[in-house]
Each structure stands twice: as C-alpha cells, then as structure tokens.
Write a protein that binds this ligand. Structure first.
Ligand code: NCD
Length: 287
C-alpha cells in the first residue's frame, strides 16, 4: 500500500493484521530517536482537532518531526496555488503527507502526483479511512467481534464522511445495519444495501442495538435538520451496548451520558493515537 485513500483498500486479512499491530502499540513505549528519523506533514484545508493532533502525537512519539500546516490561509493556497503544486512542494521536504481537504477525491488527486505517501484524513463528503480504522478497532476491542453485531448508525448520514467509510468496511462483515436520520439527511444510495433498515426514529431500534454510532449535523456542508438523543432514549440501549461518536459533538449526545459505561467515544480518541502510530510505522518503516 503506497497511499491510504479509501477504506476499500482493506480486506478482512489486512484489517486483522493491522489490529494486531495496534494492540502492540498499546503496550509500546515512547521512542525517542536522535537524530530524528524523518518528518511528516499534516496539511489540513479544513478544521481538525483529533485527527491532526493524533497524527502529530503519533509521529513525534515514534521519533519523527512534524511540519504542520493547519491554516492554509496563511500559505500560497490563498494566492491560488493548486493542490498538486502544494503537494509537490511539501513532498519535497517530508516523507509522508496527511491530507485533509474539502473536496471529495482530493486525496486521490494528490496521490496521483505525489512522490511521498498520502494519507487521506478526510476528503469533503468522501471518506475518512483512518477514522474508520479506529472506529472498527474500538468495536472489535469492546465487543471482541464484529460479525453478528446489530449496528445502528445515526445522524447526518448524507454528508458525514466517517459514516461513508465505516459502512463500506462493515459490508465485509456479517452485521445487521440500522440507519437513523432525519429524512433530508439519509444515506446516499451508493452506500445503501437492501437489507439495511432505514428510519427517522431511534427508539424502535434501541433495545436490539449492540453498537450505536452517532454523528453531528454537517452544517458546513449544507445539512440543516437538527436531532438529538435524550438520556432516557439512550438508556433504552442494552447494558452491553456501546456508543461511539467520531466527535466533535453538538447537541446530538448529552454530556450527561459521558460517564455511562456504554459511552466509548473518549476511548475511541485514545485508540485513534494507537491506530495512527501503527499506520505511520507501516507507511514509513514497512512494519
Ligand atoms: C470527523 C470529520 O472530520 O469528518 N471528525 C473527526 O475526524 N473526528 C467528524 C465530523 O467532523 O463530524
């Protein structure tokens, strides 16, 4: 794998191999290497907290330095520089580029001309494969399996890229999928399968859900309809269920649920660092 552009690049076997490596990261130590092993760039055309910070941490913990361009407004992008020229430029300084961009397909475009590996950290309403890897890893760790689970995806299924990548990879498993969203924010047909249950209501699905994955309204992509879950609705979930959210959250998940043992969205963040360390090792060190 030269670049990581889409979750489609993974299969059952390569996921398994990756997850075994992530497990090892958990018990790993912080490597300090002098001189530094090399450098990665985080090039973000859209806002980010967790994705950029976790790649930054992962890289520095492995002994790499980071060129972070998180505010492209201060770069030549405002002078009209193309994505291609920017990638060629940054790629002359670093060993790998983590790219977030507002256009679907931007990472693919970047990869087609880049001399260094590109990792897609979100391309518009397209995909967010590294988020999906940490989502799936979290499910696997928390439930000890993926096959056989009843998974409810709820929120802005139309414009949320994390859901788009996640549902693609879930197709590799024998899972039952419920899709809960306001009617204007339904999952696009290209991701839909006839066995999926679609609804605007959460409650009828609560009691049978093993994994609830909630996302926020993507206002910046034109989504308007609001929704939120109440504590009493969340309490209808089985005691063994888990609740995930890629974050940031708005009003869809009440903070009063945060201390419930089923709330795993902060664990997801921790897993994100481990997954990204394993990925950087794979891309930069071939192991
Ligand atoms: C997500 C994203 O950027 O798509 N954030 C993240 O990386 N954790 C989700 C979102 O912004 O809603």
């Amino acid at each position: 794998m030269k670049h990581l552009i889409s979750i489609d690049q993974y299969n059952y076997q390569s996921l398994h191999t990756l997850f075994e490596k992530v497990d090892k990261e958990e018990y790993g130590f912080i490597e300090t290497s002098y001189p530094k092993k090399g450098q990665i760039a985080t090039l973000f055309y859209e806002p980010s907290t967790r994705t950029s910070a976790s790649f930054h941490s992962a890289a520095t913990q492995l002994g790499y330095s980071v060129l972070s361009i998180n505010e492209v407004n201060y770069s030549s992008v405002t002078k009209g520089e193309t994505l291609e020229d920017t990638i060629k430029t940054i790629g002359s300084y670093v060993d790998l580029i983590v790219l977030r961009h507002g256009e679907k397909g931007a990472s693919k475009r970047a990869a087609s001309i880049s001399q260094v590996p590109i990792i897609n950290a979100g391309d518009g309403i397209g995909e967010h494969p590294t988020q999906t890897l940490l989502d799936l890893y979290t499910i696997w760790k928390e439930k000890s399996k993926i096959d056989g689970l009843n998974i409810t995806l709820m929120g802005d299924l139309k414009n949320g890229r994390t859901v788009h990548s996640l549902i693609k990879i879930l197709r590799l498993f024998n899972v039952h999928i419920n899709l809960i969203s306001p009617s204007s924010l339904k999952l696009p047909n290209e991701y839909l399968k006839h066995s999926d249950q679609e609804s605007t209501q959460f409650l009828p699905y609560a009691a049978t859900t093993d994994v609830l994955y909630v996302t926020r309204v993507q206002k910046e992509r034109g989504s308007k309809e609001e929704y939120k879950l109440s504590l009493s609705e969340l309490n209808q979930l089985p005691k063994t269920a888990i609740v995930l959210h890629p974050l940031p959250r708005r009003k869809e998940l009440p903070i009063t649920f945060d201390n419930d043992p089923r709330a795993k969205y902060f664990q997801q963040i921790k897993n994100g660092l481990l997954v990204r360390k394993a990925l950087l090792r794979q891309f930069l060190e071939n192991n």
